[in-house]
Design a protein around this ligand. Structure first.
Ligand SMILES: [Zn+2]
Length: 198
């Protein structure tokens, strides 16, 4: 296997261990979803290919959710727009593939269970000891209509401050966000377009 593959597997392993540890700390019950091909039960599950959630997590008094655990690189949220136009420090953000968001929404519809991302920032080969939770449904707030017309925007950018931590899974607001980035995404993209498409 290639070095890059090894690195990704290492990160995946670390992120899953951290996820399980945090769940144990918070007394959440989780089930690991076996990913082996032989055990796919339906076309729905097969269609998801490598993009299936990894766990079913039971949150006391709330219910069960699917969780997709992943290690991700930290990026800067609409960096060019913030630095060159708004003269502000861009917040750290994660990028999530739109295709993945769509697949998870389909899974939600078919199963009546919500899907959440559990994202851990990573450096080269090490995952940080921090988990950012985010419900798939909320990604829509960061996907202005331009996204769907333009193959360039095949991912959605979500600031870290808009994620929740373990203790606030049921809390329906951005955990630490004062800025309401989600409401301004359309504006950021318009500025970006002006900058890049003269
Ligand atoms: Zn926010």
């Amino acid at each position: 296997m290639t070095k890059e593959y090894d690195r990704k597997m290492k990160l995946k392993e670390q992120s899953e261990k951290l996820f399980r540890d945090k769940c144990d700390d918070n007394h959440f019950t989780y089930l690991y979803i076996d990913q082996s091909q032989m055990k796919f039960s339906s076309t729905l599950w097969k269609d998801m290919a490598s993009k299936r959630p990894d766990y079913i997590l039971s949150v006391p008094h709330i219910g069960s959710i699917f969780v997709d655990v992943k290690a991700k690189e930290e990026r800067l949220f609409y960096k060019d727009v913030f630095v060159n136009y708004l003269n502000k420090q861009p917040p750290k953000a994660f990028r999530i593939d739109l295709e993945e968001v769509e697949k998870f929404k389909k899974l939600q519809n078919e199963t009546s269970m919500k899907v959440w991302f559990a994202i851990m920032p990573h450096q080269e080969e090490t995952v940080a000891n921090e988990i950012f939770f985010f419900p798939v449904d909320k990604a829509d707030k960061f996907i202005p209509i331009q996204h769907y017309d333009d193959p360039l925007w095949n991912y959605v950018q979500i600031p870290e401050t808009c994620f929740s931590d373990c203790g606030k899974l049921a809390y329906n607001k951005c955990a630490k966000c004062q800025e309401k980035y989600c409401e301004k995404t359309k504006e950021y993209i318009s500025i970006w377009e002006k900058q890049h498409r003269k």
